[in-house]
Design a protein around this ligand. Structure first.
Ligand SMILES: [Zn+2]
Length: 684
């Protein structure tokens, strides 16, 4: 047990402290409370071991504080007839000074009720009188942890299970396999754990940008690890006692470099040129994966088994004789032509369908990332949407269950605060407030809303190498997702949720969880909205086009008064790609102020994010003209190109008095080429 007294409320309980917020909660007059200390427990219904543990914990803590009460806690098993409470996790609490009635239809319902009680119980062992009726909005309330990019110990996972359980999350999805390392013992294929689980550099970043080589277990530089089947069974039992299913993910057909390093005969080429995809035309591949899944199903009782399915390049399938034969035999492509992208898509669907059917035949259900959406998937397959709402709508329209984990709200590897103030992350900007604004309902049409089975937060770990850092990224954003998963959209205002979360984070930190403290957040870029300056609304002539992919608001973007935030794809930043030789300015525009004006300052903010090759300009140059024909140089600023770890934004400007109607602004690409991103050209 990691978190002994985790969520006992502070000195006094307030109804807003329960997280996630119950469906209905009516508290009696203030001051009236039921004393848990020494209460008799009347219970002839089966309870989870964890429910017993929580009850004893409350009684023990409060006995120490307060002596005994003489009240009685009664557990009653009966169906909850309210139509909205059909969930097996539903419960009711009826609390008066003399008695506390807990009503539920299942052991899990009693567990959820007890988890609420723990949060309501103050340090003196009092639970306020009132009535609670509660049930989750969504059946699947998940958290994914990527244990491949960096390996995390079992103890860390148990601690996260404790925190998840306290907030009524019920699915722990483990991303067990990926190029960076295979993490599950498979007895039939020992090379998966003597080679594919180890690599020659500890930090993913060094490895990925370095050798991408695997290492024999036990060699001095080998970094990695794996969970034995015994450890995983124990973890499954630990989670199950807490009302949590563990959903294992075995990636296919892509993200499988580590398997193909250990068993190269399963790739199209059999060569060791680091292919990422299994051969889709080789029966030995299907045999291998079925044998792996046999052991996975043996260890994990979860109804859902995740088969990955994302980001398959399918490059080797085009020229592989076996893959082509499979495509021809299944009428995906003509014998005498190169397979087109749709043929490759169909081959992937064929692959996923075969594996999905294998699971169905064993009483399990496949789930995959949204690339697997296809009309021919098994009927019972579920889709985990990570891209956008189009994919959610398509999956729902095809009648498949949908779990929502869209990157824009649920990818907890993005920066949660101003990047210059944070440890390095993969990129993006996803503050707590953005996660809390996630509204799952909007991801489906009215007709298909019931297909949404749940929500999930995903922690990818390319840039997260330690348990402390993982917790820092997880909390408090995961608490917002726990609230959304249980309540649908949050039932309270953003400021109430924020207050509840700040209190909870203080408790988590007291208990050794390294959560991020929202009160210290720097927040979004501090700029006035909208900006006001002399070029506002000015016509802009582009001498070189902006990128269609990062157009912002188009030709008006640089003078619309709208400035961008910490994310370069927030629709306010405009992108310019350097030409191949990087010989001319990437950004080259002329602003027409409409009439001659006195000016004293011309500048623009540029963003630098090195991983996606967005750099500061190497030179910023401003020329001015009264007639649009004859220009004089106002000034030029040169900056040596330098890569930085953290994203940042810098203002480039020329300060000099002049009279002008036309202003030409040019920015040269960095010495590394790549992109320039700016949001507004400001003239004072
Ligand atoms: Zn092949």
């Amino acid at each position: 047990m990691f978190i002994a007294t985790l969520l006992l409320a502070f000195s006094a309980f307030s109804s807003g402290d329960v997280l996630p917020a119950p469906f209905r909660m009516e508290l009696g007059e203030s001051g009236k409370a039921f004393r848990v200390a020494g209460a008799r427990i009347k219970c002839d219904v089966p309870l989870h071991a964890e429910t017993h543990r929580l009850l004893h914990q409350m009684v023990a803590v409060s006995k120490h504080e307060q002596g005994t009460s003489g009240g009685v806690m009664v557990f009653t098993e009966r169906p909850l007839f309210d139509a909205s409470f059909r969930s097996f996790e539903a419960y009711e609490l009826h609390i008066s000074p003399d008695s506390l009635h807990v009503v539920a239809a299942t052991p899990t319902g009693f567990l959820r009720a007890t988890q609420t009680l723990v949060q309501m119980c103050d340090k003196k062992g009092r639970v306020p009188c009132g009535r609670i009726a509660d049930a989750p909005a969504y059946e699947w309330r998940g958290l994914m942890i990527d244990v491949s990019r960096h390996f995390f110990p079992v103890e860390f996972l148990k601690k996260q299970i404790d925190i998840m359980a306290a907030h009524k999350l019920n699915r722990l999805h483990l991303h067990l396999t990926d190029a960076a390392g295979w993490r599950m013992e498979i007895k039939r294929y020992p090379r998966l754990t003597t080679l594919a689980a180890w690599r020659d550099a500890a930090l993913w970043k060094d490895w990925w940008h370095g050798t991408r080589k695997y290492a024999e277990q036990g060699t001095p530089q080998a970094y990695g690890g794996y969970y034995t089947q015994r450890e995983l069974r124990e973890l499954v039992a630990y989670a199950s006692e807490r009302g949590i299913d563990i959903v294992p993910e075995i990636e296919m057909p892509a993200h499988s470099e580590e398997v193909l390093a250990a068993y190269p005969e399963l790739s199209c080429t059999s060569a060791s040129s680091c292919p990422s995809d299994f051969c889709a035309g080789n029966e030995a591949v299907y045999d291998f994966l079925q044998n792996v899944l046999d052991e996975v199903m043996d260890v994990f009782p979860s109804r859902y088994i995740h088969l990955g399915g994302d980001e398959a390049g399918k490059e080797s399938w085009k020229t592989c004789l076996r893959c082509r034969r499979t495509m021809i035999e299944n009428d995906m492509t003509a014998p005498d032509s190169m397979p087109d992208p749709s043929a490759l898509e169909r081959l992937q669907a064929h692959f996923m369908r075969r594996m999905g059917r294998y699971l169905s035949a064993h009483g399990r259900r496949m789930i995959g990332w949204d690339e697997v959406i296809d009309a021919t998937l098994p009927e019972d397959a579920a889709v985990m949407v990570w891209r956008d709402l189009r994919h959610a709508r398509r999956a729902a329209a095809l009648g498949r269950e949908v779990i929502l984990s869209p990157a824009a709200y649920c990818y907890l590897d993005a920066y949660q605060d101003a990047p210059p103030s944070q440890p390095e992350a993969i990129g993006g900007y996803l503050p707590f407030e953005q996660v809390a604004a996630f509204s799952p309902e909007t991801f489906a049409d009215e007709a298909h809303r019931r297909r949404i089975k749940g929500v999930q937060g995903n922690l990818w770990t390319e840039y997260v190498s330690t348990p402390d850092h993982a917790e820092y990224m997880l909390y408090p954003r995961m608490l917002a997702l726990a609230e959304i998963g249980w309540s649908g959209a949050s039932r309270r205002s953003a400021s109430d949720l924020r207050r509840a979360v700040i209190n909870r984070v203080a408790q988590l930190r007291e208990n050794g969880v390294r959560a991020f403290d929202l009160r210290t957040a720097v927040g979004q870029r501090a700029l006035s909205h909208p900006l006001s300056h002399k070029a506002l609304g000015a016509t802009v002539v582009y001498h070189r086009p902006f990128s269609a992919s990062y157009a912002a608001s188009g030709v008006a973007a640089l003078t619309d008064g709208r400035c961008g935030g910490w994310s370069y794809h927030d629709g306010a930043w405009q992108g310019f790609l350097a030409d191949a030789q990087a010989s001319c300015p990437s950004l080259d525009v002329t602003l027409d102020l409409g009439a001659e004006r006195r000016i004293s300052w011309v500048g623009a903010d540029f963003m630098q994010v090195c991983n996606p090759e967005i750099f500061y300009p190497s030179a910023f140059r401003v020329s001015v003209s009264r007639d649009g024909q004859n220009y004089t140089l106002l000034g030029e600023q040169s900056v040596p190109s330098q890569k930085t770890i953290l994203p940042d934004i810098r203002t480039f400007f020329i300060k000099r008095k002049a009279r002008a109607r036309y202003i030409r602004v040019q920015a040269s690409p960095s010495a590394f080429g790549g992109w320039l991103f700016t949001d507004e050209i400001i003239v004072k």
